[in-house]
Design a protein around this ligand. Sequence first.
Ligand code: SAH
Length: 257
Amino acid sequence: MRNFDYKKSLGQNFLIDKNIINKIAESINVNNDDLIIEIGPGSGALTQELVKKGCKVICFEIDERLKDKLSLIKSDNLTIIFNDFLTINLNDYTKDYKRLFFVGNLPYYITTAIINKIVSESNPYEITIMIQKEVADRFSAKPNSKEYGSLSVFLQYNFDIIKICNVSKNCFEPVPKVDSTVLKLIKNKKYNVKNEQKFYKLIKDSFKQKRKNLRNNLKSYDFEKINSILKTFDKDLNKRAEQITIEEFVKISNEIF
Ligand code: SAH
């Protein structure tokens, strides 16, 4: 965008590659009674394609300087709200729709906060996000790898994670330092957890100090009980959290809470 002072602090790298824009748009398959929520439309490159899908599209953009540019998109089914997505009351916007499709090219520092908000305040059908490549690797990391952490467990507990494509940094303006990946998170509750809040806390605590073992990270928990559950997987408290699978965390949580 000419004469636009891009703000790094808002993660402003706008997608300019038409192929990638189309690829993302094509991956979103909606019916007319669904809702697409786009977080951070920027100059509206993707928004323009999303509105063609026919269902309602609501965009949340924090930067009011984009008002003129975004108002050029003329579409009856589009609403643009200039506000911080993290502060809005999601339920006010989503309640009339059948399935919720979230889309966003997000600055890394708020990605987790945004996903947390979506998961805790709505029932998303799918979330299509563009994030930096290394972060995408952490999202879908498997146990026994250095990328596997509490974020991997949280996301894979809630979603199936599918990679749509890699995106070279040259597809953006201005060109960022790193390449990106587009992921689709599809809601899939395949695990049965009795107390989710406590499960999330257990995961966080288990990975608190990544290099330490469970005995060190879970000091405030019932050691004996956890150890006896771990024994049934041929593991014990000397293992580190990165060696524990999601299924195993679920079993531990359901037995101790
Ligand atoms: N989706 C566009 C723009 C991506 S840049 C594209 O792909 O081209 C990220 C966008 O998110 C910017 O427009 C920035 O202003 C916006 N943004 C950053 N933080 C936000 C927040 N908390 N709520 C809403 N929008 C935000």
